[in-house]
Design a protein around this ligand. Structure first.
Ligand SMILES: NC(=O)c1ccc[n+]([C@@H]2O[C@H](COP(=O)([O-])OP(=O)(O)OC[C@H]3O[C@@H](n4cnc5c(N)ncnc54)[C@H](OP(=O)(O)O)[C@@H]3O)[C@@H](O)[C@H]2O)c1
Length: 287
C-alpha cells in the first residue's frame, strides 16, 4: 500500500484553489487549504479539506500548515502580495515537502515575462534553485476571467474592454487544477514545464458572443483604447508593470493567436473543457 499524499494548497479560496482541493481529495490525498485568518470564503471549500490559517507574507505563520506535507499546490497571489517573502516561504516548503506544482504563466513560456518583473518567472527561478521536484503549470488565461464582464452584462448589452480581437486559448480553471493534482499525486511530472491551455482559439469578442448565446442575449463588444484601459487597470490596483505586460500581450494576440497545447488531455486523460461548457455552467451569474 502506498502512503497517503499530504498536500497543502495555497491561494485556496481563489479561482483555482477550490478545484485543486477537490481534485486532490478525489485522488485520495489528505488536503490542507492555506487560508488567511479572516477569509470569508473558507466555508465554500469542499468537505474533507483541513483549513489551516496562515499568511504567505509571514513565512513563520506557515509552520503548522506545512508540517508533514509531501506536496504543495503553490499559487502566489501576485496582485495582493509582493514576492519579498517568497524565498523564505520556499525554504520552509523545501524543508518538508518533496513536490511542488506551481501555477505559472504562458508569459514565461513565450519569454515575455522577465524575472525582474517579480512575478511568475521570478518564482520559477527560485524553485529551480531548490532540491524540490517542481512542476511548472504555465497557464493561459482562465475561462473564469470572463467573470470580469458580469457587471456590464447585467446592466447593459455592451461590454467595453480592451482588445476584443485578441485571440486566446483560455483554459478552464478546473482543468488547470486537475493537471496540478496529477503532478502532485502521480509519478513522471518532476521538472516538467507544462504549457496548460484550453482546447480552442477564441477571440475575447467571440467569448462574449458565446455568453450571449447561452444566456439568450445579443451582446456586443466595444474596444477601450490601450491608454484608457491601462489607466483603469492601474486605478483598480494592478501594478503598472503587470498592466503593461498584459495589454502589450493582448495587442500581439490581435495579430497572432495565443499558443496552445494538449497538456490537459495528455496529463489528465480527459479532454480540456471548451469555453462554451464553462459559459453554460456559469450562465446564471450573467443574468
Ligand atoms: N487569471 C489568469 O488569467 C491567470 C493567468 C496566468 C497565471 N495566473 C496565476 O494563477 C494563480 C491563481 O489565480 P487565482 O485567481 O486562483 O488566485 P489569486 O487571485 O492569485 O489568489 C487569490 C487567493 O489568494 C489568497 N491570498 C491573498 N493574499 C494572501 C496571503 N498573504 N497569504 C495567503 N493567501 C493569500 C486570497 O485570499 P483572500 O480572498 O482571503 O484575500 C485568495 O484565496 C495566480 O498565482 C495567478 O498569478 C492567473
Amino acid at each position: 500500500m502506498t502512503a497517503q499524499h499530504v498536500v497543502l494548497v495555497t491561494a485556496a479560496t481563489g479561482n483555482v484553489g477550490p478545484h485543486a482541493v477537490a481534485h486532490l481529495l478525489e485522488a485520495g490525498a489528505r488536503v490542507r487549504a492555506l487560508v488567511l485568518p479572516d477569509d470569508p470564503n473558507a466555508g465554500r471549500l469542499p468537505d474533507g479539506v483541513e483549513i489551516c490559517h496562515g499568511d504567505l507574507g509571514d513565512p513563520d505563520s506557515l509552520d503548522a500548515a506545512l508540517e508533514g506535507v509531501d506536496g504543495v499546490f503553490l499559487m502566489w497571489p501576485f496582485f495582493s502580495l509582493p514576492v519579498d517573502t517568497a524565498p523564505a516561504v520556499l525554504k520552509k516548503i523545501e524543508a518538508t515537502a518533496r513536490r511542488v506544482a506551481f501555477v505559472s504563466s504562458v508569459g514565461v513560456h513565450i519569454g515575455l515575462e522577465p524575472v525582474d518583473n517579480n512575478c511568475h518567472a521570478y518564482i520559477e527561478q527560485l524553485l529551480e534553485r531548490t532540491t524540490l521536484e517542481w512542476t511548472f503549470l504555465r497557464t493561459t488565461g482562465f475561462h473564469c476571467n470572463a467573470m470580469g464582464f458580469v457587471q456590464q452584462i447585467r446592466t447593459g448589452d455592451v461590454v467595453r474592454y480592451p482588445y476584443g480581437a485578441a485571440t486566446r486559448t483560455s483554459v478552464h480553471e478546473a482543468d488547470l487544477a486537475a493537471v496540478g493534482a496529477k503532478a502532485l499525486t502521480s509519478a513522471g511530472h518532476a521538472h516538467k514545464k507544462y504549457l496548460v491551455t484550453g482546447p480552442e482559439e477564441l477571440s475575447q469578442a467571440a467569448q462574449l458572443r458565446i455568453i450571449g448565446e447561452v444566456t439568450g442575449r445579443e451582446l456586443s463588444w466595444q474596444d477601450i483604447e490601450h491608454g484608457a484601459a491601462r489607466q483603469a487597470m492601474v486605478d483598480s490596483g494592478w501594478p503598472p508593470s503587470y498592466a503593461d505586460g498584459a495589454l502589450d500581450y493582448f495587442a500581439t494576440l490581435t495579430k497572432e493567436p495565443e499558443v496552445g497545447s494538449n497538456v490537459v488531455e495528455e496529463v489528465t486523460g480527459k479532454p480540456a473543457r471548451t469555453f462554451r461548457s464553462w459559459a453554460l455552467e456559469h450562465a446564471d451569474a450573467f443574468r
